[in-house]
Write a protein that binds this ligand. Structure first.
Ligand code: RIB
Ligand code: CA
Length: 354
């Protein structure tokens, strides 16, 4: 009798835990909408799975003052103006536009420069008006790095970091307070290319290329669980106009912004070039927090990042474990049920905004 009661209590307790939304910090390099904005929408449309604690902005696609305003504008669109947005690092750890230009001369042009194409760094005052207008909100005064540290310290073992830009903020947080490494529940990130070519150079994926030193610090860390959505898995999810058309056929504030950004004004510009393609990147990492079952194959490996000034800058390489004996492995996502991922993407984008 007592045994049955214990089993019932344990089952009820585990159901309660399973039903508790995961506490997540979104670390993002933003953009007018693009995949970072879609990832945010997916999280906010899944309150039973994800409890978003805050948005931290890092340089990458755009400079952080712009990125923060875009994210604030998205919180207005999603009726979530209380959600705090923090600005962190102003620059990558070492990489600069000048280094990128020197590398381009020596090793060949990069496909995409992100914020490095805008030098000196753009400020909020330079910002092109967001689709729904300026947010009228301010980022929090606290630095993003301090917010990350404080939130992890206050919730040991409970915080998931979803990193969908370069890893500068996270690397600085780990260097400022190494003790938080083992207090992070898990890191889910979009970045890197383990077995396939890069998308910015032949060697490197954009987030890892923009700040390879930061990615190296994070991959060598003791964060207990590291889950990588790199180009290995993202390359399977082509974004074509047919999918875009299905999404924009439903009219919501989100799909109208999506139509503008993915169709007219931004990348990939489906309405001016119907043959254009892109990939799901950050959206896959976000989708994993909502329904991980779309991933069908992964591998567990120890990884590092090449930081030499060479054609390999930002390349994912095997870790020499003698250099970081306490580093934990990375779960590299490799294959997925593509249709299931598209369904999740579509459904969350088209869902009415409450
Ligand atoms: O390589 C894809 C990554 O770089 C994504 O995070 C996307 O936002 C781009 O800038
Ligand atoms: Ca991104």
């Amino acid at each position: 009798m007592l045994q049955r009661l214990i089993i019932i209590l344990l089952t009820v307790a585990s159901m309660a835990i399973a039903d508790t939304p995961e506490k997540v910090i979104l670390d993002t390099d933003s953009g007018p909408f693009n995949d970072d904005g879609v990832a945010l929408v997916m999280l906010l449309q899944s309150p039973s799975k994800v409890s978003l604690q805050g948005i931290t902005v890092v340089p990458g696609n755009v400079w952080p003052a712009q990125g923060a305003e875009y994210m604030l504008a998205h919180t207005v669109m999603m009726h979530r103006t209380g959600l705090p947005v923090f600005i962190g690092a102003a620059e990558p750890l070492l990489h600069t536009a000048a280094i990128a230009a020197a590398a381009a001369k020596k090793f060949g042009k990069q496909n995409y420069l992100g914020a490095f194409a805008e030098q000196p760094a753009l400020t909020r005052a330079d910002l092109k008006k967001p689709f729904y207008g300026f947010s009228g909100l301010e980022p929090r005064k606290q630095n993003a790095v301090d917010f990350i540290i404080d939130t992890i310290e206050r919730n040991p073992g409970e915080i998931t970091i979803l990193a969908i830009g370069p890893m500068t903020n996270l690397a600085i947080a780990l260097r400022l307070r190494p003790g938080i490494e083992t207090k992070i529940k898990r890191l889910v990130f979009m970045g890197g290319a383990a077995h396939v070519d890069g998308n910015t150079t032949a060697a490197a994926e954009f987030n890892f290329w923009f700040d390879p030193e930061a990615a190296r610090i994070v991959l060598r860390s003791k964060i207990p669980v590291k889950i990588m959505f790199g180009l290995d898995i993202c390359n399977h999810t082509l974004l074509r106009k047919s999918l875009f058309d299905q999404i924009v056929a439903t009219k919501t504030p989100v799909t109208k912004l999506y139509e503008e950004d993915f169709g007219r004004d931004g990348f990939p510009g489906f309405l001016t070039n119907p043959a254009a393609t892109a990939h799901l990147w950050d959206e896959l990492a976000a989708g994993y927090l909502i329904d991980p079952s779309f991933v069908t194959k992964s591998e567990q490996v120890y990884l590092d990042v090449d930081t030499s000034f060479s054609a390999d800058y930002g390349r994912v390489v095997p870790l020499d474990r003698g250099l970081a004996p306490e580093a934990t492995p990375v779960k590299v996502m490799l294959e997925l049920n593509v249709e299931r991922a598209y369904e999740l993407y579509k459904e969350l984008l088209m869902r009415p905004v409450k």
